[in-house]
Design a protein around this ligand. Structure first.
Ligand SMILES: Cc1cc2nc3c(=O)[nH]c(=O)nc-3n(C[C@H](O)[C@H](O)[C@H](O)COP(=O)(O)OP(=O)(O)OC[C@H]3O[C@@H](n4cnc5c(N)ncnc54)[C@H](O)[C@@H]3O)c2cc1C
Length: 307
């Protein structure tokens, strides 16, 4: 597929995938630096009138052009077969695919805000860069991207689902999960008790977060020499929790997520059904590596079941 046939596909394809998701071609309309480690990018496009974000930690797949391309190459017309078609394309040609969170959605102007961590770029020294952080650092209005996102507010890309009877909410997030934690805090009902711990690389990365809940937010500023997430594990490990039934949501670097989940379930005795956890990235692995690992595991499992 060439860049020009992709542009035509932008206009003509329905982009529907699995009913509840679809492709949304967008352009960057604004960028705003939020701190040394993060930039907010506003995407707009007519297609976004059908974007049905459900709030909280609503995530989506972002497709970006390879260096030298002016638009990402995505199999718009493949329907449910899009992933196999995308994987079959040459790696240096197919769009870069990465996971991100809807920080907010402006339904009137068909816009979506996404906050990108700028790891490994410019003034943010935390970790190596990747294609998405590099793209975000250089994004300017007019740049093209594609979102594979929700066409229904009730979709499986929302992890934060507190059960009935939740007395208080625990949030643990590193900087990649800060956008999700911020959107969750905005979504919580008035009066519910919430304790949030958010670890960021720099004091200037802290933000004013709004919530109707009775939210107590602790910002943790990481020492650059320490492993991402280690402060979260320490602080939450030593915290006194409120009484009542908690619902915990943990997201960020996979090692931190694993450690904290173990702590909450094993040492604090929280029912595992009340602990939602998601590894957003893993130290030393690209998102492409993690995808390949999952596919290899699934193939091995299928082979095992067939035996
Ligand atoms: C459901 C979900 C929602 C997410 N939401 C957001 C979001 O809203 N905003 C956001 O910024 N990220 C978010 N992430 C994380 C993001 O997808 C990863 O950080 C991703 O690896 C970035 O892609 P990349 O191309 O920049 O780096 P990759 O090519 O994937 O990785 C390159 C290298 O950078 C390292 N790396 C990746 N991320 C970081 C980091 N934050 N700090 C230091 N080193 C890193 C990797 O370990 C690897 O060594 C989300 C992830 C998931 C699964």
């Amino acid at each position: 597929m060439t860049a020009s046939s992709t542009s035509t596909a932008y206009e003509s394809a329905s982009g529907l995938v699995h009913g509840k998701f679809r492709f949304f071609p967008v352009r960057v309309v604004a960028t705003r630096r939020l701190g040394p480690s993060m930039v907010r990018i506003t995407f707009a496009g007519d297609a976004l009138r059908e974007f049905a974000g459900g709030g909280r930690d609503q995530s989506f797949s972002l497709f970006l052009p390879q260096p030298g391309q002016h638009a990402p190459i995505v199999p718009f017309d493949a329907g449910d077969g899009w992933f196999a078609q995308w994987r079959a394309m040459p790696e240096d040609e197919r769009a870069v695919m990465r996971s991100y969170t809807v920080r907010s959605q402006n339904r009137r102007y068909h816009e979506v805000d996404v906050d990108f961590v700028l790891h490994g770029t410019g003034s943010s020294s935390s970790g190596p860069a990747g294609p998405a952080s590099r793209w975000a650092a250089e994004a300017v209005p007019g740049d093209r991207a594609v979102l594979l996102g929700p066409a229904s507010e009730d979709n499986r890309s929302i992890g934060f689902q507190p059960p009935e009877g939740t007395d208080w909410v625990l949030l643990a997030a590193d900087e990649t999960a800060l956008p999700a934690a911020a959107a969750i805090l905005e979504w919580l009902p008035e009066g519910l008790r919430a304790r949030a711990w958010i670890e960021v690389p720099d004091l200037k990365d802290t933000q004013e977060l709004l919530s109707p809940a009775e939210a107590d937010i602790t910002w943790l500023i990481r020492d650059p020499l320490r492993r991402p997430g280690s402060l979260l594990a320490e602080e939450i490990g030593g915290a006194v929790f409120p009484d009542g039934a908690p619902y915990a949501w943990i997201a960020g670097e996979s090692g931190m997520v694993r450690t904290l989940r173990r702590h909450l379930v094993g040492e604090r005795g929280i029912d595992r059904g009340r602990v939602e956890f998601s590894g957003y990235w893993r130290l030393g692995a690209t998102e492409e590596d993690l995808r390949t690992e999952k596919i290899t595991e699934a193939v091995a499992q299928d082979a095992g079941e067939a035996r």
